[in-house]
Design a binder for this molecule. Structure first.
Ligand SMILES: [Zn+2]
Length: 501
């Protein structure tokens, strides 16, 4: 079986979606409701359920969970940590010195909280990429400066390049094939990419791979893609891993309003010329990237592990506060609160701060590969990566059998809004996925979306301004309570691994 969930692309995100499963992807999220209704999806057509009455946990567990909630309410360091990491250190692109600084900072904090076994685990990442100049201006006409952001891991232009903007418009694969030769050597603005016909729908992955391959061979001079967001907001994407690349030409996102301006000028005057300069640079050699790990050893079954995590890497237009600074500091707060109370879970709590998530779940993939033999001992993986909104529950990932145990774990935080078990499989949006694929019970938190998808996600305004302090407290409480239940309760059943592609 292939990845169980596929999606239809939105034209505005075609290049992103050609990367197949761009992580924490806005478009994918918009399909969440549809997924829950999709009869092909295990557990579909069920409504999200509230916690059933039989899910009352035993008294000692409840009291420890209540103590955790109080400790976090009264002494949370999550927001302060977020401010230190995002504003003192800054954006944390995988492969950058800034991420290395943030990882050293996190390890120091976790050691200070009394964590055991604090260390980093390396993996081969590929070449690092550093953002440089990104400048564009209309030449002649109204002379307006255009807002662009170079797509990460795309090559620089050869100084400032000048040329007429050519629109790439193709409604079918045949139209694409005939359009591409005419666009060779041009500055191309992506306007419309083909959607699969009824016949091509039968094997959508093959269709999108064919489109991607055609684009790779097209030899544009540069490629511009609308950001897909209003109000001059940018987005970001890119990866050193070839399978995620769309082309090897300089690529940039352009503000929607400025793309529309170019298209209107072309429509009225037949052409428009721009100057474009993109200066991103690659490291000379491939680099390693790292995941940060810290633990509280289990008192009865230390070999059995519950992982609580998020990704510490971020895109670099903003400071990565909501994607995924919040998930990072929530995971750290869970460990802090348990240590502060001197709680001793039966199983081992393992905090993992992944990296390379934005480049294709590279850190969690590497982690799963390195720990392949221990996956049977990983009881659960809990990830917070849908922005800074309150955690409302967890998806059941298509496994009915996990519902009562999840419900029991969540029960002590029902009063704080942790009530929903979503009857669907959250796809490869974040770091739960490589574990899920291997049969480990793995869950990405369901969260109130606030302005995450419309505004902060991958944009230049992913900053502390958009984080609600009280919601961060609730998220840490929800994560801590769920983790505590799973650390001490009945083990969640593993499921049959999905077949690799
Ligand atoms: Zn994320």
């Amino acid at each position: 079986m292939q990845r169980p969930l596929t999606h239809s692309p939105s034209p505005r995100h075609c290049v992103t979606l050609l990367a197949e499963a761009s992580v924490c992807c806005f478009v994918l999220f918009l399909h969440a409701v549809a997924l829950a209704q999709d009869p092909k999806v295990p557990g579909a057509n069920k409504q999200p359920s509230a916690i059933p009455s039989w899910a009352t946990p035993d008294a000692p567990q409840q009291s420890e969970a209540a103590r955790l909630m109080r400790e976090i309410a009264e002494h949370s360091q999550a927001f302060q940590n977020l401010e230190e990491m995002c504003e003192d250190i800054g954006p944390r692109l995988t492969g950058s010195d800034k991420l290395r600084q943030a990882q050293a900072w996190a390890m120091s904090k976790l050691k200070g909280y009394g964590a055991a076994n604090v260390h980093e685990e390396p993996y081969e990442f590929g070449k690092a990429w550093t953002r440089g100049i990104a400048w564009a201006r209309i030449l002649g006409a109204n002379g307006q400066e255009l807002h662009v952001a170079q797509e990460a891991w795309s090559p620089a232009t050869d100084g400032m390049i000048k040329g007429e903007v050519a629109l790439l418009e193709a409604k079918s694969f045949d139209e694409l094939k005939s359009a591409l030769p005419t666009l060779q050597g041009r500055i191309v603005l992506l306007n419309d990419l083909p959607k699969p016909s009824e016949e091509e729908e039968k094997d959508k992955s093959a269709f999108y791979e064919a489109v991607r391959e055609a684009l790779r061979r097209a030899q544009f001079q540069a490629l511009l893609e609308e950001s897909g967001k209003p109000n001059d907001l940018m987005t970001m994407d890119g990866s050193p891993v070839t399978k995620w690349k769309t082309t090897d030409v300089p690529r940039a996102f352009i503000a929607d309003e400025h793309a529309h301006l170019l298209k209107r000028l072309i429509a009225r005057h037949g052409k428009v010329e721009i100057g474009l300069s993109l200066g991103g640079t690659f490291s000379k050699d491939p680099v390693k990237a790292y995941n940060v790990v810290a633990e509280i050893q289990g008192s009865e079954k230390p070999q059995e592990v519950v992982i609580v995590g998020g990704h510490q890497d971020s895109w670099d237009l903003g400071t990565g506060a909501t994607d995924n600074g919040t998930g990072t500091v929530v995971a750290m707060e869970v460990l802090r609160a348990m240590k502060a109370l001197g709680l001793k879970p039966k199983r081992t709590l393992r905090v993992v701060l992944f990296s390379g998530e934005e480049q294709g779940l590279l850190g969690s993939e590497a982690y799963v590969k390195a720990h392949d033999r221990e996956l049977g001992d990983i009881q659960a993986v809990l990830i917070d990566d849908l922005g800074s909104g309150r955690i409302t529950g967890w998806p059941d990932m298509g496994e009915e059998s996990v519902r009562p145990l999840l419900a029991a774990a969540m029960a002590p935080a029902n009063s704080e809004g942790l009530k929903t078990i979503g009857p669907f499989t959250m796809p490869a949006w974040t770091d739960h996925w490589p574990f899920h694929r291997k049969g480990v019970p793995s869950f990405g938190a369901l969260q109130e979306s606030l302005d995450y998808f419309q505004t902060t996600h991958h944009s230049q305004v992913d900053t502390l301004d958009h984080v609600v302090k009280e919601d961060l407290v609730q998220s840490a409480q929800a994560m801590a309570v769920t983790a505590w239940g799973l650390l001490n309760g009945e083990p969640l059943p593993h499921h049959v691994p999905l077949l690799e592609k």
